[in-house]
Design a protein around this ligand. Structure first.
Ligand SMILES: C[S@@+](CC[C@H](N)C(=O)[O-])C[C@H]1O[C@@H](n2cnc3c(N)ncnc32)[C@H](O)[C@@H]1O
Length: 301
């Protein structure tokens, strides 16, 4: 630090900026001003980075989030996006068929729409969807999708769906709980909250199965011991799973904390039964899914 100061002093004297020796305090003040000037210079022109020189197109809009898309956007848009075929998701088609013709005009709550793929399918099927997304970048991607695909019946809201559900008094014909239960720190609370707001629930979720998970590429994320949680008169074991490096990607689509707690398969089914869902169809089960065992549930009261 001393050498830095004397170098600065020498340079300032040589450049004729100062004619006499500065005190240490004055030099510190000068250094602080210098740092601020450097920072201001780095920030200069940042706003210009957000301008687009190309003529408007779907690709230009998609590229606001270049490299951050998970979903393969519909072919009609002719754009390069992600790879996962969520806009033509067989599981959602199955759910729409299960619901039947009454899907037209039905009031659907969707939790965690990510990029609006399932919202798009429901919109095209005629449902009125209210979709709540906590990740600001995902929310904006949903709005890009809404604009490009002219979604007429869907509304997206930015916020935490748990906070919404805790205060909610609305009833929904159907709640889509796809890809979110295993991102919760308190999945039991989510089950309770959605069961209060609808008599029909759709889940797609991973679940904890020790035997399967020890073989899976995701095994190293389950380092912490299981945590017992009381629900009514039963104790369930929740299994912490750390996101680790996954949160480094700007397109990350997990929960808002650094970890989540997974439930076991039978506990999910048992809990739904207790909440009054006696008619549960299990389908699309993949015990060897690369990210951990998974299944789809269509639950009805
Ligand atoms: C794995 S993605 C699932 C996307 C889609 N529902 C599907 O099944 O393909 C989870 C999504 O839920 C969102 N999410 C997670 N926790 C949330 C919360 N508490 N409130 C709102 N959105 C949340 C994430 O940001 C992400 O977009």
């Amino acid at each position: 630090m001393g050498r830095l100061r004397s170098n600065a002093r020498r340079l300032l004297l040589e450049a004729g900026v100062i004619r006499e020796e500065f005190t240490a305090t004055q030099l510190s003040q000068l250094q602080a001003v210098g740092k601020e000037l450097m920072a201001a210079r780095e920030d200069q022109g940042k706003a210009l980075d957000f301008y687009v020189a190309a003529a408007p197109s779907a690709q230009v809009a998609v590229d606001v989030f270049a490299g951050e898309w998970t979903s393969l956007l519909p072919e009609e848009l002719g754009v390069t996006s992600g790879h996962s075929p969520l806009f033509s998701d067989e599981r959602i088609q199955h759910m729409i068929d299960w619901y039947g013709e009454a899907i037209v005009g039905s009031k659907v709550l969707e939790l965690g729409p990510l990029e609006g793929a399932h919202t798009y399918m429901l919109d095209r099927a005629g449902a009125d969807v209210f979709a709540i997304e906590a990740n600001g970048r995902s929310f904006l991607k949903c709005l890009v999708v809404k604009e490009l695909l002219c979604l007429q019946r869907a509304r997206f809201a930015l916020g935490d769906f748990m906070a919404y559900l805790r205060e909610n008094t609305e009833r929904y014909d159907l709640i889509l709980v796809s890809g979110v239960l295993y991102h919760m720190m308190d999945p039991l609370e989510l089950l309770t909250l959605v069961s209060r707001a609808s008599d029909r629930l759709m889940f797609w979720t991973h679940y904890y199965d020790e035997k399967r998970l020890t073989q899976s590429p995701t095994a190293h994320k389950f380092q912490a011991p299981p945590e017992p949680v009381q629900f009514e008169d039963t104790t369930y074991l929740l299994h912490p799973r750390d996101y680790l490096e996954a949160t480094n990607w700007a397109g990350f689509g997990g929960g808002p904390e650094t970890r989540a707690r997974w439930m076991e398969r039978e506990d999910i089914l048992n809990c739904l039964e207790r909440l009054g869902f006696h008619d549960i169809e299990v389908s699309h089960e993949e015990p060897d899914h690369m990210n951990g065992p998974s299944m789809m549930l269509l639950a009805r009261r």
